[in-house]
Design a binder for this molecule. Structure first.
Ligand SMILES: *[C@@H]1O[C@H](CO)[C@@H](O)[C@H](O)[C@H]1NC(C)=O
Ligand SMILES: *[C@@H]1O[C@H](CO)[C@@H](O)[C@H](O)[C@H]1NC(C)=O
Ligand SMILES: *[C@@H]1O[C@H](CO)[C@@H](O)[C@H](O)[C@H]1NC(C)=O
Ligand SMILES: *[C@@H]1O[C@H](CO)[C@@H](O)[C@H](O)[C@H]1NC(C)=O
Ligand SMILES: *[C@@H]1O[C@H](CO)[C@@H](O)[C@H](O)[C@H]1NC(C)=O
Ligand SMILES: *[C@@H]1O[C@H](CO)[C@@H](O)[C@H](O)[C@H]1NC(C)=O
Length: 301
């Protein structure tokens, strides 16, 4: 009897060293893996949650002759044949957090702790609601509140101002509440600061167990974009003005060119006709050349 308990003790310490934790998510089935090929003949087995038996069964020559289990757990019916003694925790909740499950197999000449599995539970937090409450006094305190709910285990909350500064510790007050039935956490953190309206403030809820970090940011009043919008309007206006003036100048130039061409053509036509007329006149009335010569003198006057 003494050597059996010695063996048991040795086994439990050995298994405790090899203990592995399984991360479960609240509301989902969590499987605790356990494999053992040496169970055959007549034996009984039990899965224990800490010291409480949750599944117990007896096997005679690979036939299951007895089974008792809590409705919240399940195991394959052919476990000794497949060697797969994995236990399913159906709908695991936060109460499973930090518990240890062990599988014991007992035959007439031995008793073994086959597997020992510790359980960690987690649940996602809701996206935090971040509110900014400005005091009525200009330049006075601003209170930010960050609220997130329904997660597990207890998260950490951190604040950041303008993506770089950590606010002083005494400006932050965090309250954690746990729901009495679901055991899920609600967290509300308040940040009270004298801060400019332009500052961006962000709140981060970190659930390490799930590697889940949710950050929400309250953006401050933007002043620069208003200025830039005004300058943008000015820029558009001046560009439009330039275009209009440019078009007007182009039209003016084109019209001038047109006028010049018309007058040139008229001049040419005039000169040509004068030439013809002149020639004709020179040919016909040679005495009129004096009259033609005297014309520019008249216009100059
Ligand atoms: C298992 O137990 C049953 C019933 O007591 C017995 O008939 C059978 O021979 C046993 N088998 C072994 C391998 O001990
Ligand atoms: C072991 O059995 C469980 C059902 O109890 C099953 O979901 C799981 O995939 C099996 N594992 C292996 C490695 O076969
Ligand atoms: C238990 O007894 C069986 C034969 O009945 C033997 O094969 C086995 O090695 C024994 N196990 C231990 C741990 O002594
Ligand atoms: C947790 O927060 C939710 C939603 O914000 C609320 O409905 C619930 O009452 C809160 N629970 C506790 C225990 O404060
Ligand atoms: C904010 O400024 C007011 C006066 O301007 C001062 O009374 C108050 O203590 C300041 N609060 C913090 C948190 O620094
Ligand atoms: C957590 O997530 C980040 C990026 O999403 C990844 O780089 C990191 O390896 C993860 N850590 C763990 C422990 O899963």
């Amino acid at each position: 009897m003494l050597w059996i308990s010695g063996l048991l003790l040795w086994c439990s310490t050995l298994c405790a060293c090899l203990e592995k934790c399984e991360q479960g998510v609240v509301g989902q089935t969590l499987q605790l893996p356990c494999f053992y090929q040496e169970a055959f003949g007549n034996f009984s087995m039990e899965w224990k949650r800490d010291s409480e038996v949750v599944l117990w069964s007896v096997w005679w020559d690979d036939q299951r002759v007895a089974l008792w289990r809590k409705p919240s757990v399940a195991m394959a019916a052919d476990a000794p044949l497949s060697g797969n003694f994995s236990l399913d925790l159906l709908d695991a909740g936060p109460t499973e957090h930090n518990t240890t499950y062990g599988l014991f197999i007992n035959a007439h000449n031995y008793s073994v702790l086959v597997c020992s599995v510790c359980v960690r539970m987690a649940a996602s937090f809701s996206r935090p609601q971040l509110k900014r409450r400005t005091s009525a006094v200009p330049g006075g305190e601003v209170v930010f509140s960050c609220h997130s709910s329904g997660g597990f285990p207890e998260p950490s909350v951190s604040w950041l101002i303008n993506d770089s500064q950590t606010p002083p510790g005494d400006s932050v007050e965090t309250v954690v509440m746990t729901h009495p039935e679901s055991h899920l956490y609600n967290i509300t953190s308040h940040l009270t600061l004298n801060i400019s309206k332009q500052s961006n403030v962000s709140c981060t809820v970190d659930n390490e167990a799930l590697n889940e970090t949710i950050t929400v940011t309250s953006y401050g009043v933007k002043i620069s974009p208003v200025v830039s919008r005004a300058s943008e309007a000015m820029w558009i206006f001046s560009t439009a003005l330039c275009v209009v003036v440019g078009v007007m100048v182009a039209v003016g130039v084109a019209y001038q060119i047109h006028l010049d061409r018309v007058s040139k053509r008229k001049k040419l036509e005039y000169q040509e006709s004068n030439l013809h007329r002149g020639r004709r006149r020179r040919h016909l009335y040679m005495d009129e050349t004096d009259e033609l010569k005297s014309e520019p003198i008249e216009t100059d006057v």
